[in-house]
Design a protein around this ligand. Structure first.
Ligand SMILES: Cc1ncc(COP(=O)(O)O)c(C=O)c1O
Length: 442
């Protein structure tokens, strides 16, 4: 254990640690001294509600004795054993995940989200013998060369120097900002599905291995698809022999009220990638779940994917414990109940705060899209500097003990799934206060 005071932590961090996604100068990060439940404390004893579960991964909050104990017990046996050998924690977790997924056959473990998506693309290409992968512009799939090229959001520009051929983007629906005179969600879906079908034909269906999608696009602003859209994508995939890959890295493990977000929409997957919530962020772990057909293909063909830390026993021990805790806490029911409370509370805020243009919420996964003007839907902050755009509002929230993240014009509200109703209400009072300040600036 390293002991430092706040000044030393921040000094070393600024001098020696490269922080992701920001210019390094003039950053003012928070140093956290301890954490428990849904709360974090800084070195001055100030308490913060963690209203984003960090990067939407600490689903079970901090200080879970069960997860901590499982990691310690695994350490007592052995910390690591190569993927070629059997390890109890790995085989137990593989079995549980496959059984819970309801339809998948096997899992390939990785160390995180981007790695999972890289390997999913590799598996889809090997299985179909096709090269192209379709993904949506409003999406994020990770920042490695492969997952970065798969991502649609502007963070991909950094790895598109040059872009890797074969990663094809399409425009998916965004109900709030549609400008054509659609009368129903089904009409929006039909339009986008027609355009996508045309694009598939233009690219040659025989060349397309997979469509990769976040069922609910997370960092793009909790964008929930219109009715009929995901079933329509499933139909297109079936028509052309294209695999449907859902990226559940952010939405997996009950965030939206079901184990995986796509299960809210009555569709099935051929490939599911996951990470974050599988261990509730206690240690890194990710994976690729594959269908029976894909698993059978690998009975006779070598799996040309490999990682030193494939199914790391410590991570798998944490995963087994986390899955047990989700069950013991009946987290699925809890998320549905509190998700309804959160949604109602946000809709109430929308009534009172003109700066809110749109509320999107499913389970404990929400975004407030902020605007200057409700009639024109002009975004509150210009898209000039996307990474810093909301920093002023995020800072006001942080000053008052409400810690969250925001992107574009969206403030995310995605607390640990263990949050209680009274904690939720207390935190939302802070949001209410800050939104009044934002309204005043319009
Ligand atoms: C949907 C989605 N996929 C992939 C990733 C990348 O995961 P990781 O940062 O673990 O590589 C993220 C990260 O936020 C994500 O939200």
């Amino acid at each position: 254990m390293v002991f430092m005071d706040e000044t030393e932590v921040l000094l070393n961090d600024g001098r020696y640690n490269l922080r992701p996604w920001v210019r390094q100068k003039d950053q003012h990060p928070l140093a956290i001294e301890r954490a428990e439940g849904i709360f974090l404390w800084d070195y001055r004893g100030k308490r913060y509600f963690d209203m984003s579960s960090q990067l939407v991964n600490v689903n079970l909050g901090y200080g879970s004795r069960e997860i901590n104990r499982a990691i310690a017990e695994q350490l007592e046996r052995f910390a690591y054993i190569a993927p070629a050998h059997g390890a109890a924690s790995r085989s137990a977790l593989a079995k549980t995940l496959v059984e819970k997924s309801g339809g998948m056959a096997k899992v390939f473990f990785t160390c995180g989200g981007a790695e999972s998506n890289d390997n999913a693309a590799q598996i889809a290409r090997a299985f179909t013998g096709r090269a192209k992968i379709f993904s949506a512009y409003r999406s994020y799939h990770g920042s490695t060369q492969g997952a970065g090229n798969l991502s649609g959001d502007p963070r991909r520009f950094a790895v598109e120097r040059p872009a890797i051929p074969g990663y094809i983007k399409f425009m998916a629906p965004y109900i709030y900002r549609e400008t054509l005179p659609f009368k129903t969600e089904e009409e929006i879906s039909a339009h986008y599905l027609w355009v996508l079908r045309e694009q598939i034909l233009a690219e040659g269906p025989q060349n397309i291995a997979a469509i990769t999608l976040e069922a609910v696009a997370g960092t793009s602003g909790v964008i929930i698809p219109p009715k009929g859209y995901l079933p329509g994508i499933r139909k297109l995939c079936d028509e052309f022999g294209i695999l449907l890959h859902f990226d559940e890295v952010m939405t997996g493990f009950y965030r939206t009220g079901t184990l995986f977000a796509f299960q809210n929409f009555g569709v099935t997957a051929d490939i599911i990638t996951f990470a974050k919530g599988v261990t509730s962020g206690y240690v890194p772990l990710g994976g690729v779940l594959v269908s029976h057909k894909i698993a059978a293909f690998y009975d006779d063909n070598p799996l040309l994917c490999g990682l030193t830390y494939n199914g790391h026993p410590l991570s798998c021990a944490a995963g087994n414990a986390a899955l047990r805790v989700y069950d013991e806490l009946h987290i699925e029911e809890h998320v549905r109940r509190l998700g309804a409370a959160l949604r109602n509370a946000l809709l109430d805020l929308e009534q009172r705060h003109p700066s809110i243009g749109n509320v999107r919420s499913i389970g404990l996964f929400s975004a407030l899209e902020l605007v200057k003007n409700r009639a024109t839907k002009e975004p509150l902050v210009s898209a000039g500097n996307l990474l810093d755009a909301l920093s002023g509002i995020i800072a006001l929230l942080r000053e008052r003990g409400f810690l969250t993240i925001g992107r574009n014009n969206n403030i995310m509200i995605a607390p640990p799934l263990i949050i209680t109703e009274s904690e939720l209400n207390e935190a939302l009072n802070i949001l209410d206060e800050v939104l009044s300040i934002v309204d005043g600036s319009l």
